[in-house]
Design a protein around this ligand. Sequence first.
Ligand SMILES: [Zn+2]
Length: 224
Amino acid sequence: MAKRATAPAVIQAACDRCRCETRHKVLHTNKQTGADKNGAWRIVDQMIRCAGCHTVSLRRTEYFSEFTGPDGRPEPMVKYFPAPTPRHRPSWVDELPDELEGLMGEIYEARRGPSVRLIAMGVRAVIDFLMRAEIGDEGGFEEKLKRLLDKGLISEKQHETLATVVDAGSAAGHRAFKPSVALIDGMLDAIESLLQQHYIVGPMVATLKLSIPPRPPQPPRSKK
Ligand SMILES: [Zn+2]
């Protein structure tokens, strides 16, 4: 008699793309067990697929006899591969010039892990790209930032913010500065706002201006 195929198990698991816990089909499970002088362990690897967006990922659940909760029950550690990103890449990044899109993509990938110094240097490279594209490559960072300000491409406030962000990127590269994750996110906020304004909102407003029909002439007001 033919064996009846069993339906794959369904579990609740985190989906990086849906950005929440969703139902996942378990496509494959691999279990390993062992013991050493410190205790017994069990690792369960599951290849899972999100029922919403169909993204496939790997969930690892680790049990160790020494990892127990207050009630003495084992408390598993759950990890996902790829690791969920704490900062999502905005969709408008796809519309940036190719070199810039690539650079930003690498920054968001790095943000999944602890490479804060690399991200700070990447952010500085993004600002350098924008300056080269707008005003050429002559002079140092300070000089180029001043020229961006003089050309009206950034505001006084943005100039001050970018000067600090550039200095943080330089310090990470040359002065052993290790920014905190909160500072890194602040630096990312600053360049996201700059890039979105420069490459997305600015051109969109220019197109909008051209497409607005002119106001009809007003009839002259009658004199009382
Ligand atoms: Zn999903």
